[in-house]
Write a protein that binds this ligand. Structure first.
Ligand SMILES: NC(=O)c1ccc[n+]([C@@H]2O[C@H](COP(=O)([O-])OP(=O)(O)OC[C@H]3O[C@@H](n4cnc5c(N)ncnc54)[C@H](OP(=O)(O)O)[C@@H]3O)[C@@H](O)[C@H]2O)c1
Length: 241
């Protein structure tokens, strides 16, 4: 029987590519999103993947949303923590609200989603938790102190939880994409992108969402059962850990 995979922020950008790739690999996929109904509904009808709206920064919404997914598709065996936001500003200008929104979505959201599915994974002696962190969580990025802190936190979460899941057949891994051509990156002014960011990428281009999705499909597979607590760095050679 095919496994159930839940992708947060699975209706746009990298998350949409992950949802589609997992469906193609035979999973029953549920795609979560926050509020962009129009895009989500269009994604649902084109991809044939059911969509579920809730805010990953709210624990109770995650519990209720996961219950709906499990009622419709079955127990979540593969969780992809992909939902993420930026609220960029230099540190001396960042507001407490910009700080909290990013931490609540990118770091607390990972807790809020993983904690409710964890007991079931332990009971079934199988699970995959894959979190999309970022190159900027590895190296830090000026103007993104909040984002870098949240994404570095995701890596600590992954390494610690991997140790707890190992004996129960649950692997916990992270992927650190470099700059990928999604709306999040297109929000960066074109001049900054072309003159400052792309020249820092030895491969000479932005990554494609599908290149991250293929990493996810591998980490979710039985073939990746010996890989846990790891970070796959997929950044076109921009930064080596
Ligand atoms: N793009 C890059 O270059 C890059 C590089 C490194 C890491 N990443 C990470 O990769 C992940 C995906 O990035 P992306 O560029 O594909 O982003 P994106 O195009 O902006 O899409 C973000 C997705 O997350 C959802 N989302 C945002 N906040 C949410 C919340 N509170 N609850 C539930 N869903 C929420 C959005 O839902 P709505 O459509 O409803 O808004 C959307 O589906 C993020 O974690 C990001 O930090 C991206």
């Amino acid at each position: 029987m095919s496994r159930v995979a839940l992708v947060t922020g699975g209706t746009r950008g990298i998350g949409a590519a992950i949802s589609i790739a997992l469906k193609g690999a035979g999973y029953k996929v549920a795609a979560n999103y926050a509020g962009n109904d129009e895009t989500a509904k269009a994604f649902e009808s084109v991809a044939g993947i059911p969509v579920f709206k809730w805010d990953v920064s709210q624990y109770s919404e995650c519990v209720d949303g996961i219950a709906k997914v499990e009622k419709q598709l079955g127990p979540v065996e593969v969780l992809i923590n992909n939902a993420g936001i930026t609220r960029d500003a230099m540190f001396h200008k960042v507001t407490p609200q910009q700080w909290s929104e990013v931490i609540n979505t990118n770091l607390n959201g990972v807790f809020n989603m993983t904690h409710p599915v964890w007991p079931g994974m332990r009971d079934r002696n199988f699970g995959r938790v894959i979190t999309i962190s970022s190159i900027n969580g590895q190296k830090g990025q000026m103007g993104q102190v909040n984002y870098s802190a949240s994404k570095a936190g995701d890596l600590g979460f992954t390494k610690a939880l991997a140790q707890e899941g190992a004996a129960k057949g649950i692997t916990v891994n992270a992927i650190c994409p470099g700059y990928i051509g999604t709306e999040m990156v297109r929000a960066i002014p074109e001049k900054v992108l072309n003159e400052r960011i792309v020249p820092q990428i030895p491969v000479g281009r932005l990554g494609e969402p599908e290149e991250i999705a293929r990493c996810v499909v591998f980490l979710a597979s039985d073939d990746a059962g010996f890989i846990t607590g790891s970070t796959i760095t997929a950044n076109g050679g921009q930064f080596f850990v």
